[in-house]
Design a protein around this ligand. Structure first.
Ligand code: PEP
Ligand code: MG
Length: 754
């Protein structure tokens, strides 16, 4: 490799942040003097960092990154070396928008070798995206011969240089380096996962792409520290106001927001912000930079639950920047707007909801994240959309958020809009007509009564009891509140929650399920264990029986919360009758001590582990009721992970083997006079609910938005007409394939609203 003259400083390594201050000052001079050429900057960075290479790649039309300047790589590669976005380490940094810090870049599976650069002699590489207002303009790289991981301060420094570089690149010919707005006016469709069902049409509001801070270096660190403290107090006060004002009926999801406050303020990151201010940054630049770093590190955490807390930190960074007068201000009202964000925390979701947002698409979201839990509870349509949507969207673009069909359509054609508009009109008419079913009994045309109950996870969802006319709660998932709160409350706290639930149920049946935690959802203080199949690991009732203190505390809380009322308790993930017996013994032991005793105590088991199907007589002899969890039973029956989208439609509940199984359980429960219900997603799908009813299932538990649809369908259906048809379909489908298509066709022929 032939390299240009080495800057004097390249031989020794300096204390990174101190060096950076000088570097920033020189970059600022370059910026002011209009003399800022990319080659000078590359040489300056290499020199100040004490690194052998610094290169600047810029995005060119056609999603290509071109080497625009280098210090240390072969000069003839400038203007020649090109990588597609996503290709090589540089392309990966551009595609992901995240820095890559690799001690041995050449052996990284994504490495793309370009002979003309002569880079084979450099082992380590730090590649940092250069972005402005969310657009990737290029990538800044630093390379060194010896394999080394660049330190936190070094990566922070290069990150700040990249921010300045973005400004320089934009000033000196933005049209050269801006990514081509290919197809900016064409329709684009993105798929995703439904976080909270619903369909919304509106204009896109991309958000959270905070512009780079306008001033990076502070005149006086003390002033900046005091600005930071004031901003923290202000953000905290605003959160209190949000909790107090943001929810219908004043129902604050405290469990979610208190956990958010803990996570967002308790990770020690604010300490690092203070350090960065002491190192010379302004409060805004320090929050922005440390926030970016923290996000980059958290994304690499393998634990999904911890990674989900990323959105909470993002939320807090945004709030602090806003309190510091930086960041993008939210519009006062957001009616008719579709929010499109990279991540979203619970406080922000609540805030947007209060401003009237019509729907939400989140690029990095998980169905069990705080935002998803809240969106479901608030009834806001929300979609976890695949990456790229944010880059493809422009503010004000017309869009359709279909959080039922799991798609986001940007700039839809008029034809598509017309189809959705018709569907939305039909839906609102249907919803108006469905409301009439609220107070009607749930009974089929042939007179079969089917009890419809709610699945509930957060106190917020209790509103659905009256809104839907549900006959009770068939599944109260106690772990949701515990997970949202980041820990299990003490006995008094749990008892208060259960008591409130029974108050709201006002005499209707409530089946409390004991904590379904464990494996990847670790209890506080538990050591993480790297198990391969957490769903089949040490979870749920297994934890409860092995650590009886936790389970006993919960059982005591349930008995106390009942305050002498009727109490139904069911155990999840029961695999043997012996396990059920052991759990029941613990409950009986607690029940013997708690006064007042419940008016009646009913003990049940979830049927979701296939082994239990072979112990039914024994189980039914001991259980007062059972509830079939279709989500887990299907995943274990077919060895098909319930969280893997590629398997979502591969095995169907509406197939001969599963229907045979469910019919057998329903019959056995009827004979033994043991209450039987089906909970899990299938119970809330109208067609599945209809088929279950025809198999003899007389109680179904589902989420609030399914109840009226299922009730309306059942009211139209004559099970005596369906049964012989179904028998024939099952015979024809004995090989186990899905019967959904012929069943749907049959239902449509009979004008049934499936
Ligand atoms: C189920 O497995 O079907 C069920 C209802 O429980 P969960 O979805 O909470 O695992
Ligand atoms: Mg389950």
């Amino acid at each position: 490799m032939t390299s240009p003259k080495k800057p004097a400083a390249s031989r020794r390594r300096k204390k990174p942040f101190a060096a950076s201050r000088q570097l920033f000052a020189r970059l600022r001079d370059l910026l002011a003097s209009d003399a800022g050429g990319l080659p000078e900057i590359a040489a300056l960075v290499a020199g100040e960092m004490g690194s052998q290479v610094c290169s600047i790649y810029v995005v060119r039309p056609g999603e290509t990154l071109e080497l625009a300047a280098t210090f240390g790589l072969k000069p003839e590669s400038v203007g020649r070396t090109r990588l597609r976005v996503g290709e090589g380490i540089v392309g990966m940094a551009a595609a992901s928008g995240e820095a890559l810090n690799l001690p041995d870049a050449q052996n990284h599976p994504g490495f793309a070798y370009r002979a003309e650069t002569g880079e084979e002699q450099f082992a380590s590489m730090l590649a940092v995206p250069v972005r402005r207002a969310g657009r990737i303009l290029g990538v800044l790289t630093v390379q060194d011969r010896e394999p080394r991981l660049y330190g936190r301060l070094e990566t922070e420094s290069v990150g700040i240089v990249a921010m300045l570089l973005a400004e320089i690149m934009e000033r000196h010919g933005a049209e050269d380096v801006a990514p081509e707005s290919l197809g900016d006016s064409l329709p684009r469709q993105f798929t995703g996962r439904v976080l909270a069902p619903g369909i919304a049409r509106g204009r896109i509001l991309p958000f959270g792409l905070n512009a780079a801070p306008s001033q990076l270096l502070a005149e006086d660190s003390k002033i900046e520290l005091s600005k930071l403290d004031k901003a923290i107090s202000k953000a905290d006060r605003e959160l209190d106001q949000l909790i107090a004002a943001g929810l219908p009926g004043g129902q604050a999801p405290r469990e979610v927001l208190d956990a958010y406050r803990l996570v967002s303020q308790g990770t020690g990151w604010l300490g690092r912000v203070r350090e960065a201010i002491n190192d010379g940054l302004t409060a805004v630049a320090a929050v922005d930079q440390v926030g970016r770093e923290l996000r980059a590190r958290m994304r690499r955490i393998p634990d999904a639950y911890l990674r989900e807390r990323l959105a909470d930190i993002e939320d807090m960074v945004g709030r602090l920047l806003a309190a510091l007068g930086a960041g993008t201000p939210k519009p006062a009202r957001a009616d008719g707007l579709l929010l499109l964000v990279r991540r979203l925390g619970p406080a922000d979701l609540l805030d947007w909801h209060a401003r009237g947002i019509a729907g939400i698409a989140i690029e990095e979201a998980s169905a069990t994240g705080h935002a998803a839990i809240l969106a479901r509870a608030l009834g806001v349509a929300a979609l976890a959309v695949e990456r790229g949507a944010l880059d493809a969207a422009e503010e004000g673009d017309e869009a359709l958020l279909d959080a039922e069909g799991a798609t986001l359509i940007l700039r839809p054609s008029q034809d598509v809009l017309d189809v959705y508009d018709r569907a939305l009109t039909a839906r609102s008419e249907r919803q108006a007509s469905l409301a009439a079913y609220r107070d009607r009994p749930s009974v089929t045309r042939d007179g079969t009564a089917v009890t419809l109950m709610l699945n509930v996870g957060l106190a917020l969802e209790l509103d659905q009891l009256d809104a839907t006319g549900a006959e009770g709660i068939g599944l109260y998932r106690t772990e949701i509140a515990a997970l949202a709160a980041g820990g299990i409350p003490d006995v008094a706290g749990q008892a208060a929650e259960y008591s409130r639930v029974l108050d709201r149920a006002a005499g209707r049946r409530v089946q409390f399920r004991t904590l379904d935690l464990g494996a990847d959802k670790l209890l506080p203080g538990e050591a993480e264990s790297a198990v391969e199949n957490p769903a089949m690991g040490w979870r749920s009732l297994r934890v409860g029986l092995d650590r009886p203190a936790i389970l006993r505390r919960q059982l005591r809380a349930l008995l106390l919360g009942a305050q002498g009322r009727k109490l139904c308790v069911m155990f999840p993930m029961v695999a043997t009758v012996a396990e059920f017996r052991a759990a029941r013994d613990l409950l009986d032991a607690e029940a013997a001590r708690v006064r007042p005793a419940p008016e009646s105590l009913h003990v049940g088991a979830m049927i979701e582990v296939p082994s239990l199907l072979f112990q039914l007589p024994g189980l039914l002899a001991e259980a007062d009721f059972v509830s079939l969890g279709t989500n887990d039973l299907m995943q274990f029956l077919f060895a098909a992970d319930r969280g893997t989208p590629a398997l979502a439609d591969r095995y169907d509940l509406l197939s001969a083997p599963v229907l045979e199984l469910i019919e057998g359980i329903a019959r056995a429960c009827l004979e033994e006079e043991v209450g039987f219900s089906v909970c899990g997603e299938a119970a809330g799908k109208p067609l599945d609910a209809l088929v279950l009813a025809s198999l003899g299932v007389t109680a179904l538990s589902m989420s609030g938005n399914s109840i009226l649809r299922v009730k309306a369908l059942l009211a139209e259906a004559d099970l005596n007409v369906l049964r012989p048809v179904l028998r024939e379909m099952r015979r024809a489908g004995a090989a186990g394939g899905s019967l959904r298509e012929p069943l749907t066709a049959w239902a449509r022929e009979h004008n049934l609203p499936v």
